[in-house]
Design a protein around this ligand. Structure first.
Ligand SMILES: C[S@@+](CC[C@H](N)C(=O)[O-])C[C@H]1O[C@@H](n2cnc3c(N)ncnc32)[C@H](O)[C@@H]1O
Length: 260
């Protein structure tokens, strides 16, 4: 369960108790006419919206979410290399697949979205041992973790959102791999070090970012991009010039590997 914690004047608490998607709440009366609320959500995106709007804090408070919630999730084989499962399922990965344990419902990064899966599939086909990989806009860290588990020698991952970095630190630790993580944007990264880069960003943002991302990778390296809708394809192809591209589609979304 996602828990949003908020403290403030009691008369401002009532509207929070009417939020859509609220699965339950705890209220504690504090001195000075203040109240502390703990608001429970099973949907991470909703919890995040409420936390942002109310200036509260958000956390995943239990590794043992209620049974009804746990039963909504099953392991997902992704491409030919990965086996994605929530922490409470103990299914063993089929032979040859790499286990990725991610908290379902995590904000756009737990692996169940088609754009993330496109990146995972393309990483599985592209990463070779010794690669130095940048995960730009890491979210919960899933793509950086995947690159590390595929044998990348070093993985650097950053996100503009410090809360995403906090979450990804936990996932990296649990995965037992090494990812160098920080909060920042493209300009926080030194150019020409990486042999590969992966970025799953909303298509419009990707179009703006691609000319900043290209210099981060050495000539001869690769770049995996996703979050692309069909209308973004022509302008993106134009920005990538004559570089060889391999496209892949899932559920109406596009992903690509560019050779640099
Ligand atoms: C669509 S999510 C992808 C998360 C994860 N990589 C995945 O594939 O599931 C995009 C992420 O990019 C981050 N982001 C957006 N603009 C950014 C920027 N300028 N620099 C770094 N990260 C950025 C967002 O905070 C968000 O976590």
């Amino acid at each position: 369960m996602w828990v949003v914690t908020w403290e403030g004047p009691a008369d401002q608490a009532d509207w929070l108790l009417c939020e859509d998607g609220l699965a339950g709440a705890e209220e504690i009366e504090l001195d000075g006419g203040h109240r502390r609320l703990r608001l429970f959500f099973s949907d991470a995106v909703r919890a995040r919206e409420v936390a942002r709007h109310a200036a509260g804090t958000i956390a995943w408070e239990s590794d043992e979410p209620p049974l009804a919630y746990q039963q909504q999730w099953a392991p997902i084989p992704v491409g030919r290399r990965f086996f994605l499962r929530p922490p409470w399922l103990i299914d063993q990965p089929p032979p040859g697949r790499i286990e990725l344990i991610m908290q379902p419902g995590a904000i756009f990064g737990s692996g169940d979205h088609a754009t993330t899966q496109l990146c995972l599939i393309l990483l599985g086909e592209t990463v070779t041992p010794g690669d130095i990989v940048i995960d730009a806009g890491t979210g919960t860290g899933i793509l950086g973790i995947a690159a590390g588990l595929l044998g990348a020698e070093r993985v650097y991952a950053f996100d503009l959102d410090p809360a995403a970095v906090t979450m990804s630190r936990r996932s990296v630790e649990e995965a037992g791999t090494t990812v160098h993580l920080w909060a920042g944007s493209w300009d926080s990264c030194r150019g020409g070090v990486a042999t590969g880069l992966v970025a799953n960003l909303p298509g419009g943002l990707l179009l703006d970012a691609v000319s900043d991302l290209l210099p981060l990778v050495r000539p001869g390296g690769w770049m995996i991009l996703s979050g692309i809708l069909p209308e973004h394809r022509p302008p993106l192809e134009q920005k990538l010039g004559a570089r060889p591209l391999r496209w892949r589609e899932q559920d109406g979304w596009l992903g690509l590997v560019a050779q640099l």
